[in-house]
Write a protein that binds this ligand. Sequence first.
Ligand SMILES: Cc1ncc(C[n+]2csc(CCOP(=O)(O)OP(=O)(O)O)c2C)c(N)n1
Ligand SMILES: [Mg+2]
Length: 361
Amino acid sequence: MTTNLEQTIEEQFETLQILNVKGEIVNKSADPQLSDDELKELMKRMVYTRIWDQRAISLNRQGRLGFYAPVAGQEASMLASEFAMEKEDWLLPSYRDIPQMVWHGLPLVKTFLYSRGHFEGGKIPDDVYTLMPQIIIAAQCTQTAGVALGLKKRGKKNVAFTYFGDGATSQGDFYEGLNFAGAFNVPAVFISQNNRFAISVPVEKQSATKTLAQKAVAAGIKGIQVDGMDPLAVYAAAKNARERAINGEGPTLIETLTYRYGPHTMAGDDPTRYRTEDLDSEWELKDPLVRFRIYLENKGLWSKEIEDEVVETAKEDIKKALKEADQIPKQKVSDLINNMYENLPQNLQEQLEEYRKKESK
Ligand SMILES: Cc1ncc(C[n+]2csc(CCOP(=O)(O)OP(=O)(O)O)c2C)c(N)n1
Ligand SMILES: [Mg+2]
Protein backbone atom coordinates (compact mmCIF):
# COMPACT_ATOMS: atom_id res chain seq x y z
CA MET A 1 0.00 0.00 0.00
CA THR A 2 1.35 3.45 -0.85
CA THR A 3 -1.44 5.31 0.88
CA ASN A 4 0.41 5.86 4.14
CA LEU A 5 0.33 9.64 4.08
CA GLU A 6 2.64 10.16 7.02
CA GLN A 7 5.29 8.02 5.42
CA THR A 8 5.10 9.73 2.05
CA ILE A 9 5.41 13.22 3.59
CA GLU A 10 8.41 12.24 5.69
CA GLU A 11 10.06 10.56 2.73
CA GLN A 12 10.14 13.92 0.96
CA PHE A 13 12.50 15.32 3.57
CA GLU A 14 15.95 13.97 3.04
CA THR A 15 18.81 16.00 4.47
CA LEU A 16 20.68 18.07 1.89
CA GLN A 17 24.43 17.73 2.31
CA ILE A 18 27.03 19.01 -0.14
CA LEU A 19 30.24 19.00 1.94
CA ASN A 20 30.81 16.02 4.22
CA VAL A 21 32.72 15.99 7.52
CA LYS A 22 35.96 15.24 5.66
CA GLY A 23 35.58 18.40 3.58
CA GLU A 24 34.69 16.49 0.40
CA ILE A 25 31.98 17.49 -2.04
CA VAL A 26 29.45 14.67 -2.01
CA ASN A 27 26.68 16.29 -4.05
CA LYS A 28 28.28 18.00 -7.02
CA SER A 29 25.06 18.94 -8.79
CA ALA A 30 23.90 20.94 -5.75
CA ASP A 31 27.23 22.80 -5.29
CA PRO A 32 26.32 26.52 -5.24
CA GLN A 33 29.57 27.36 -7.10
CA LEU A 34 30.73 30.21 -4.87
CA SER A 35 33.76 32.07 -6.21
CA ASP A 36 37.15 31.68 -4.48
CA ASP A 37 36.74 35.11 -2.87
CA GLU A 38 33.27 34.25 -1.62
CA LEU A 39 34.46 30.95 -0.15
CA LYS A 40 37.28 32.75 1.67
CA GLU A 41 34.95 35.49 2.90
CA LEU A 42 32.52 32.95 4.32
CA MET A 43 35.33 31.09 6.11
CA LYS A 44 36.66 34.39 7.42
CA ARG A 45 33.24 35.21 8.88
CA MET A 46 32.95 31.81 10.56
CA VAL A 47 36.43 31.99 12.14
CA TYR A 48 35.88 35.60 13.23
CA THR A 49 32.55 34.69 14.81
CA ARG A 50 34.03 31.72 16.71
CA ILE A 51 36.66 34.06 18.23
CA TRP A 52 34.05 36.67 19.03
CA ASP A 53 31.91 33.99 20.70
CA GLN A 54 34.84 32.91 22.90
CA ARG A 55 35.56 36.53 23.85
CA ALA A 56 31.90 37.27 24.58
CA ILE A 57 31.71 34.28 26.92
CA SER A 58 34.78 35.36 28.86
CA LEU A 59 33.70 39.02 28.95
CA ASN A 60 30.36 37.88 30.33
CA ARG A 61 32.15 35.90 33.05
CA GLN A 62 34.18 38.98 33.94
CA GLY A 63 30.98 40.98 34.28
CA ARG A 64 31.86 43.19 31.33
CA LEU A 65 28.96 42.01 29.15
CA GLY A 66 25.39 41.19 30.06
CA PHE A 67 23.01 38.89 28.22
CA TYR A 68 24.72 36.49 25.82
CA ALA A 69 23.56 33.34 24.01
CA PRO A 70 26.58 31.34 22.71
CA VAL A 71 26.75 30.48 19.01
CA ALA A 72 29.75 28.13 18.53
CA GLY A 73 28.68 25.16 16.41
CA GLN A 74 25.99 27.15 14.63
CA GLU A 75 28.29 29.28 12.46
CA ALA A 76 27.44 27.58 9.15
CA SER A 77 23.74 27.60 9.92
CA MET A 78 23.84 31.29 10.78
CA LEU A 79 26.42 32.80 8.49
CA ALA A 80 26.12 30.76 5.29
CA SER A 81 22.39 31.55 5.23
CA GLU A 82 22.94 35.26 5.91
CA PHE A 83 25.51 35.12 3.08
CA ALA A 84 22.60 34.57 0.68
CA MET A 85 20.91 37.81 1.76
CA GLU A 86 21.12 41.12 -0.08
CA LYS A 87 21.75 44.32 1.86
CA GLU A 88 18.14 45.50 1.69
CA ASP A 89 16.65 42.14 2.64
CA TRP A 90 15.14 42.34 6.11
CA LEU A 91 16.54 40.26 8.97
CA LEU A 92 14.34 39.21 11.89
CA PRO A 93 16.68 37.54 14.38
CA SER A 94 16.27 35.80 17.72
CA TYR A 95 18.46 36.45 20.78
CA ARG A 96 21.06 33.98 19.46
CA ASP A 97 21.31 35.49 15.98
CA ILE A 98 23.55 38.44 16.80
CA PRO A 99 26.28 37.35 14.31
CA GLN A 100 23.86 37.58 11.38
CA MET A 101 23.01 41.13 12.48
CA VAL A 102 26.69 42.09 12.42
CA TRP A 103 27.38 40.51 9.03
CA HIS A 104 24.23 42.22 7.81
CA GLY A 105 25.81 45.56 8.72
CA LEU A 106 25.27 46.25 12.43
CA PRO A 107 28.39 47.73 14.11
CA LEU A 108 29.88 45.40 16.74
CA VAL A 109 29.68 48.12 19.42
CA LYS A 110 25.88 48.04 19.14
CA THR A 111 25.82 44.35 20.02
CA PHE A 112 27.85 44.99 23.18
CA LEU A 113 25.49 47.79 24.18
CA TYR A 114 22.50 45.54 23.49
CA SER A 115 24.08 42.84 25.66
CA ARG A 116 24.38 45.38 28.48
CA GLY A 117 20.73 46.36 28.07
CA HIS A 118 21.74 49.87 27.01
CA PHE A 119 19.14 51.68 24.89
CA GLU A 120 21.86 52.78 22.43
CA GLY A 121 22.18 49.11 21.49
CA GLY A 122 18.60 49.18 20.28
CA LYS A 123 19.04 52.12 17.94
CA ILE A 124 19.64 50.46 14.59
CA PRO A 125 21.18 52.67 11.89
CA ASP A 126 18.72 53.45 9.06
CA ASP A 127 20.80 51.65 6.45
CA VAL A 128 20.95 48.37 8.40
CA TYR A 129 17.94 46.25 7.53
CA THR A 130 17.40 44.35 10.73
CA LEU A 131 14.92 44.31 13.56
CA MET A 132 16.07 43.88 17.15
CA PRO A 133 16.60 40.31 18.42
CA GLN A 134 13.28 38.73 19.38
CA ILE A 135 13.14 37.25 22.88
CA ILE A 136 9.55 36.00 22.69
CA ILE A 137 9.91 32.57 21.14
CA ALA A 138 8.55 32.49 17.54
CA ALA A 139 7.03 35.99 17.64
CA GLN A 140 9.36 36.90 14.78
CA CYS A 141 7.52 34.38 12.56
CA THR A 142 4.30 36.40 12.48
CA GLN A 143 6.29 39.62 12.19
CA THR A 144 8.19 38.17 9.22
CA ALA A 145 4.97 37.38 7.41
CA GLY A 146 3.99 41.04 7.89
CA VAL A 147 7.36 42.47 6.86
CA ALA A 148 7.38 40.25 3.76
CA LEU A 149 3.83 41.31 2.87
CA GLY A 150 4.98 44.94 3.16
CA LEU A 151 7.88 44.25 0.78
CA LYS A 152 5.51 42.61 -1.67
CA LYS A 153 2.97 45.44 -1.55
CA ARG A 154 5.72 48.00 -2.15
CA GLY A 155 6.97 46.01 -5.15
CA LYS A 156 10.44 45.58 -3.62
CA LYS A 157 12.72 42.86 -4.92
CA ASN A 158 13.67 41.96 -1.37
CA VAL A 159 13.02 39.17 1.06
CA ALA A 160 12.44 38.89 4.82
CA PHE A 161 14.65 36.29 6.51
CA THR A 162 13.89 35.09 10.00
CA TYR A 163 15.73 32.80 12.40
CA PHE A 164 14.36 30.80 15.31
CA GLY A 165 15.08 27.51 17.04
CA ASP A 166 13.65 24.00 17.03
CA GLY A 167 11.63 24.74 20.16
CA ALA A 168 10.04 27.72 18.42
CA THR A 169 8.31 25.37 16.00
CA SER A 170 6.09 24.21 18.89
CA GLN A 171 4.67 27.71 19.30
CA GLY A 172 1.43 29.04 17.83
CA ASP A 173 3.18 32.06 16.32
CA PHE A 174 5.31 29.76 14.19
CA TYR A 175 2.28 28.10 12.57
CA GLU A 176 0.42 31.40 12.22
CA GLY A 177 3.41 33.06 10.58
CA LEU A 178 3.94 30.22 8.12
CA ASN A 179 0.25 29.96 7.32
CA PHE A 180 -0.12 33.67 6.67
CA ALA A 181 3.07 33.75 4.59
CA GLY A 182 1.78 30.86 2.50
CA ALA A 183 -1.73 32.27 2.07
CA PHE A 184 -0.41 35.67 0.97
CA ASN A 185 2.45 34.17 -1.02
CA VAL A 186 4.97 36.59 0.47
CA PRO A 187 8.75 36.72 -0.03
CA ALA A 188 9.88 35.19 3.25
CA VAL A 189 12.50 32.66 4.30
CA PHE A 190 11.95 30.95 7.66
CA ILE A 191 15.07 29.35 9.10
CA SER A 192 14.60 26.93 11.97
CA GLN A 193 17.98 26.21 13.50
CA ASN A 194 17.47 22.79 14.97
CA ASN A 195 20.22 22.62 17.59
CA ARG A 196 18.31 19.68 19.13
CA PHE A 197 17.36 21.44 22.38
CA ALA A 198 15.02 24.15 23.61
CA ILE A 199 17.11 24.99 26.66
CA SER A 200 17.04 21.46 28.18
CA VAL A 201 14.11 19.95 26.28
CA PRO A 202 15.17 17.66 23.42
CA VAL A 203 13.53 18.13 20.05
CA GLU A 204 12.11 14.58 20.21
CA LYS A 205 10.01 15.66 23.16
CA GLN A 206 8.87 18.86 21.42
CA SER A 207 7.41 17.34 18.26
CA ALA A 208 6.23 13.97 17.00
CA THR A 209 7.40 14.78 13.47
CA LYS A 210 10.58 13.22 12.17
CA THR A 211 11.67 16.52 10.63
CA LEU A 212 10.77 20.13 11.36
CA ALA A 213 10.95 20.93 7.65
CA GLN A 214 7.79 18.92 7.02
CA LYS A 215 5.83 21.44 9.08
CA ALA A 216 5.88 23.53 5.88
CA VAL A 217 3.48 21.09 4.23
CA ALA A 218 0.41 22.18 6.19
CA ALA A 219 1.08 25.81 5.29
CA GLY A 220 1.36 24.95 1.60
CA ILE A 221 4.92 26.20 1.36
CA LYS A 222 8.23 24.61 0.47
CA GLY A 223 10.24 22.95 3.24
CA ILE A 224 13.78 21.65 3.15
CA GLN A 225 16.07 20.03 5.72
CA VAL A 226 19.78 20.69 5.40
CA ASP A 227 22.95 19.65 7.15
CA GLY A 228 23.37 22.78 9.23
CA MET A 229 27.08 22.05 9.82
CA ASP A 230 27.70 22.24 6.07
CA PRO A 231 28.15 25.84 4.89
CA LEU A 232 27.62 24.94 1.23
CA ALA A 233 24.31 23.15 1.84
CA VAL A 234 23.03 25.96 4.05
CA TYR A 235 24.04 28.58 1.49
CA ALA A 236 22.55 26.65 -1.44
CA ALA A 237 19.21 26.22 0.35
CA ALA A 238 19.03 29.87 1.44
CA LYS A 239 20.03 31.19 -1.99
CA ASN A 240 17.46 29.00 -3.70
CA ALA A 241 14.76 30.03 -1.22
CA ARG A 242 15.60 33.70 -1.79
CA GLU A 243 15.39 33.32 -5.57
CA ARG A 244 12.06 31.58 -5.36
CA ALA A 245 10.74 34.28 -3.04
CA ILE A 246 11.85 37.07 -5.40
CA ASN A 247 10.24 35.26 -8.34
CA GLY A 248 6.90 35.16 -6.57
CA GLU A 249 7.14 31.42 -5.93
CA GLY A 250 6.42 31.82 -2.22
CA PRO A 251 8.04 31.33 1.15
CA THR A 252 10.30 28.50 2.30
CA LEU A 253 10.95 26.84 5.62
CA ILE A 254 14.56 25.69 6.00
CA GLU A 255 15.48 23.38 8.85
CA THR A 256 19.21 23.39 9.60
CA LEU A 257 20.48 20.40 11.61
CA THR A 258 22.99 21.95 13.96
CA TYR A 259 24.29 22.01 17.54
CA ARG A 260 25.29 24.64 20.04
CA TYR A 261 28.54 23.64 21.68
CA GLY A 262 28.06 25.96 24.65
CA PRO A 263 25.27 26.53 27.16
CA HIS A 264 21.85 27.92 26.20
CA THR A 265 22.78 31.37 27.53
CA MET A 266 25.33 32.63 30.06
CA ALA A 267 22.61 32.98 32.70
CA GLY A 268 23.43 29.77 34.57
CA ASP A 269 22.50 26.99 32.13
CA ASP A 270 24.49 23.77 32.62
CA PRO A 271 24.20 21.56 29.52
CA THR A 272 25.93 18.61 31.23
CA ARG A 273 22.65 18.10 33.11
CA TYR A 274 20.72 17.29 29.94
CA ARG A 275 23.28 16.34 27.25
CA THR A 276 25.60 13.35 27.23
CA GLU A 277 29.30 13.52 26.45
CA ASP A 278 28.68 11.09 23.60
CA LEU A 279 26.23 13.46 21.95
CA ASP A 280 28.63 16.39 22.37
CA SER A 281 31.48 14.37 20.82
CA GLU A 282 29.30 13.22 17.93
CA TRP A 283 28.55 16.84 17.02
CA GLU A 284 32.08 18.10 17.62
CA LEU A 285 33.14 15.81 14.76
CA LYS A 286 30.71 17.68 12.52
CA ASP A 287 32.24 21.11 13.29
CA PRO A 288 31.52 23.40 10.31
CA LEU A 289 34.84 25.23 10.66
CA VAL A 290 36.86 22.02 10.50
CA ARG A 291 35.27 20.66 7.34
CA PHE A 292 35.26 24.05 5.57
CA ARG A 293 38.92 24.60 6.50
CA ILE A 294 39.91 21.26 4.94
CA TYR A 295 37.88 22.03 1.82
CA LEU A 296 39.49 25.45 1.40
CA GLU A 297 42.99 24.22 2.21
CA ASN A 298 42.67 21.52 -0.45
CA LYS A 299 41.71 24.21 -2.94
CA GLY A 300 44.75 26.27 -1.91
CA LEU A 301 42.51 29.04 -0.57
CA TRP A 302 43.27 28.83 3.16
CA SER A 303 46.34 28.57 5.37
CA LYS A 304 47.41 28.97 8.97
CA GLU A 305 48.74 32.44 8.12
CA ILE A 306 45.38 33.59 6.75
CA GLU A 307 43.56 32.14 9.73
CA ASP A 308 45.94 33.81 12.22
CA GLU A 309 45.33 37.13 10.50
CA VAL A 310 41.56 36.73 10.81
CA VAL A 311 41.92 35.82 14.49
CA GLU A 312 44.06 38.92 15.11
CA THR A 313 41.59 41.17 13.25
CA ALA A 314 38.70 39.78 15.26
CA LYS A 315 40.53 40.35 18.56
CA GLU A 316 41.45 43.92 17.57
CA ASP A 317 37.91 44.74 16.40
CA ILE A 318 36.45 43.39 19.64
CA LYS A 319 38.89 45.40 21.75
CA LYS A 320 38.05 48.58 19.83
CA ALA A 321 34.30 48.03 19.97
CA LEU A 322 34.42 47.28 23.67
CA LYS A 323 36.38 50.46 24.34
CA GLU A 324 33.83 52.39 22.33
CA ALA A 325 30.99 50.80 24.31
CA ASP A 326 32.73 51.68 27.59
CA GLN A 327 32.93 55.32 26.53
CA ILE A 328 29.18 55.66 26.01
CA PRO A 329 27.65 57.28 29.11
CA LYS A 330 26.05 54.73 31.44
CA GLN A 331 22.31 54.32 31.07
CA LYS A 332 20.42 56.32 33.67
CA VAL A 333 17.04 55.52 35.18
CA SER A 334 15.75 58.69 33.52
CA ASP A 335 16.88 57.30 30.12
CA LEU A 336 14.87 54.18 30.77
CA ILE A 337 11.71 56.13 31.64
CA ASN A 338 12.22 58.59 28.82
CA ASN A 339 12.66 55.90 26.17
CA MET A 340 9.50 54.01 27.02
CA TYR A 341 6.80 56.40 25.81
CA GLU A 342 6.42 59.24 23.36
CA ASN A 343 4.11 61.01 25.83
CA LEU A 344 4.73 60.07 29.41
CA PRO A 345 1.78 59.34 31.69
CA GLN A 346 1.52 61.65 34.71
CA ASN A 347 2.99 59.19 37.26
CA LEU A 348 6.05 58.51 35.11
CA GLN A 349 6.48 62.22 34.43
CA GLU A 350 6.78 62.71 38.19
CA GLN A 351 9.27 59.86 38.49
CA LEU A 352 11.29 61.22 35.59
CA GLU A 353 11.63 64.60 37.31
CA GLU A 354 12.56 62.92 40.57
CA TYR A 355 15.31 60.86 38.92
CA ARG A 356 16.63 63.78 36.90
CA LYS A 357 17.07 65.70 40.15
CA LYS A 358 18.88 62.76 41.78
CA GLU A 359 21.10 62.20 38.75
CA SER A 360 22.17 65.83 38.50
CA LYS A 361 23.66 65.75 42.01
C1 LIG B 1 6.93 32.69 24.41
C2 LIG B 1 8.13 32.29 25.21
N1 LIG B 1 8.07 31.19 26.00
C3 LIG B 1 9.15 30.81 26.73
C4 LIG B 1 10.31 31.56 26.69
C5 LIG B 1 11.54 31.11 27.50
N2 LIG B 1 12.57 30.57 26.60
C6 LIG B 1 13.64 31.30 26.26
S1 LIG B 1 14.66 30.47 25.19
C7 LIG B 1 13.66 29.12 25.18
C8 LIG B 1 14.02 27.89 24.36
C9 LIG B 1 13.98 28.12 22.91
O1 LIG B 1 14.53 27.03 22.25
P1 LIG B 1 14.73 27.00 20.69
O2 LIG B 1 13.53 27.58 20.02
O3 LIG B 1 15.13 25.64 20.31
O4 LIG B 1 15.92 28.04 20.43
P2 LIG B 1 17.46 27.96 20.87
O5 LIG B 1 17.59 28.72 22.14
O6 LIG B 1 17.83 26.53 21.00
O7 LIG B 1 18.23 28.66 19.79
C10 LIG B 1 12.55 29.32 26.01
C11 LIG B 1 11.51 28.32 26.25
C12 LIG B 1 10.32 32.72 25.87
N3 LIG B 1 11.42 33.48 25.74
N4 LIG B 1 9.23 33.06 25.13
MG1 LIG C 1 17.03 24.85 20.06
